[in-house]
Design a binder for this molecule. Structure first.
Ligand code: BG6
Length: 499
């Protein structure tokens, strides 16, 4: 059947609202089947920061773009007894207005689909939660084959009782159920394994969605397209032509108040930055299926090596807790393609500038002709102002000298895309509803990530045991580049780009 005739058989009004004009028949059918299947979306930790800043606004955006099913219900679960559905909706309305939305009937229609349920995840009776869900489903005429998503937007110690509670009363056994789990996924290899075992005890891997929200960012997704759709770079993508790789995730924000912060390594490196390394350095997957992509990531992680001697930790001036707010590390990939190519990674809070970028530093040309030539570099700027930039050495007109210029592509600039770039959470929630796991991490993948940092965690633990505190942790001024000790992990001739 041709793409056109398939599309003709489908309801035109749905097509108009859910799919771009040039969407393929497969994409159309997927979009339409999502719209037709009822959705019951349970948010645990609904009163938390993440839910109010990211999850509810993302659901509203999908609703506005008509990407949510016609019949959907959001059950907002949190422990506060004094909140009602009415007061919870009022808070949700305010969050949307604070994000720049204007009051509208659309907002009210969206909010009317939210029901608040007070529940203590540690001591509550999950049988009553189950009853609440089925009462609501029948009141709202939700079809029995609806998709039901349990989204755990929780502090780490609440994962276990919640998963166990849901599992024990059979809620995760439903084959239409999906379990979405936020990071941090464990705090060590051992705890990640325990969490995986617990989850897989109640739900098959095919229904588990472990979130690393960076995978939902357009610029991160683009890494696959950039690498594998452009032959020009793929041929240069190895130790033969690349000298080193630099990855920076600098933030100006400080550590948020509260008990959730786990230090820069566990908060940023084990998940977001390892995902960037994987997408930059893994082999081409056999296909773009979730499992083919994840297989390649796991293969790469298994040969990714850290070394405590090439790791620098820091904390910003005025920070009075123990965890590091900055970390810089040199990693190596011990495989055929990458042996000998260092990957320098740094991330920190309270720094000079917000910037996430990957810089590929190419090897220099032989020095016989143009001694002042600077090695080429390719910058993949992931945020803010997503861009790709390639540096060249060129002749200055009218002179024999070289100078460096760059060829820049700005996503939102002239010649870029004139579309709104969706927020990561919107993309992830929509993929979850579609049942597409490509942008989520697999059990063995998270375990492999923890395995990479185990030598560091062991080393730090033994330094606490021997000295009573972390050794070698440097203070850095606020709004700076981080501790200058980060220079010590670089090999001769390598540099950190300025922030
Ligand atoms: C979160 C970390 O996962 O990512 C935060 O817990 C960090 O500490 C945040 O600030 C950064 O993400 P984004 O999307 O703001 O770059």
């Amino acid at each position: 059947m041709s793409e056109q005739s398939t599309a003709k058989g489908l309801s035109q009004s749905i097509i108009d609202t859910v799919a771009p004009p040039n969407a393929s028949a497969k994409a159309l059918e997927a979009a339409i089947s999502v719209r037709r299947k009822d959705l019951f979306f349970v948010v645990f930790g609904a009163g938390g920061n993440l839910a109010s800043m990211k999850i509810f606004p993302a659901l509203y955006q999908s609703y506005k773009e008509k990407k949510l099913p016609a019949n959907f219900t959001i059950l907002a679960v949190d422990r506060h007894e004094n909140i009602t559905s009415g007061s919870f909706r009022a808070l949700g309305r305010q969050d949307l207005l604070d994000k720049g939305e204007a009051e509208s009937e659309e907002i009210e229609a969206f909010l009317s689909c939210i029901v608040y349920y007070p529940f203590n995840l540690e001591t509550g009776n999950y049988q009553s939660l189950k009853t609440e869900i089925s009462v609501l489903e029948s009141e709202r005429e939700v079809s029995p084959n609806r998709t039901i998503i349990y989204f755990l937007s929780l502090l780490p110690w609440l994962f276990e009782p919640t998963i166990q509670g849901l599992g024990e009363v059979g809620l995760l056994a439903d084959e239409n159920a999906r379990l979405a789990v936020e990071k941090p996924f464990g705090s060590s290899l051992e705890s990640a394994k325990v969490l995986n075992r617990l989850i897989l005890n109640y739900s098959p891997e095919s229904r588990v969605y472990r979130l690393d929200h960076w995978l939902g960012k357009e610029s991160v997704q683009n890494l696959l397209n950039f690498r594998f759709a452009n032959g020009i770079f793929e041929h240069l993508w190895s130790r033969q032509f690349i000298d080193y790789i630099e990855i920076t995730a600098a933030e100006t924000v400080l550590v948020p108040e509260g008990r959730g912060y786990v230090g820069a390594l566990k908060d940023m490196v084990v998940n977001h930055l390892f995902q960037l390394i994987c997408l930059t350095m893994m082999e081409p997957p056999n296909s773009l299926s979730a499992d083919d992509i994840r297989n390649e990531k796991v293969k790469l992680l298994r040969v990714l090596k850290t070394d405590p001697k090439f790791t620098v930790r820091g904390y910003y001036e005025g920070y009075d807790r123990q965890e590091e707010t900055y970390i810089a590390l040199k990693l190596m990939v011990d495989n055929y393609r990458w042996q000998g190519v260092p990957i320098y990674v740094r991330t920190g809070k309270g720094l000079k500038r917000k910037l996430t970028e990957i810089v590929i530093h190419f090897k220099s040309v032989p020095s016989t002709l143009f001694t002042a030539a600077v090695p080429n570099s390719l910058v993949l700027r992931l945020q803010p102002d997503e861009a790709i930039s390639l540096s060249w050495n060129l002749k200055v007109p009218g002179q024999a000298n070289n100078c460096q210029k760059s060829l820049d592509f700005l996503y939102n600039g002239k010649g870029g895309f004139e579309v709104n770039i969706p927020e990561a959470y919107q993309t992830l929630i929509e993929r979850m509803i579609e049942g597409d796991r490509t942008l989520f991490t697999r059990a063995d993948e998270v375990e492999a990530q923890w395995e990479v940092v185990t030598p560091l965690l062991n080393d730090w633990q033994s330094s606490i045991e021997n000295n009573g505190h972390f050794s070698d942790i440097y203070q850095y001024p606020l709004k700076s580049d981080g501790p200058s000790a980060a220079l010590n992990i670089l090999q001769a001739g390598h540099i950190w780009d300025n922030l």
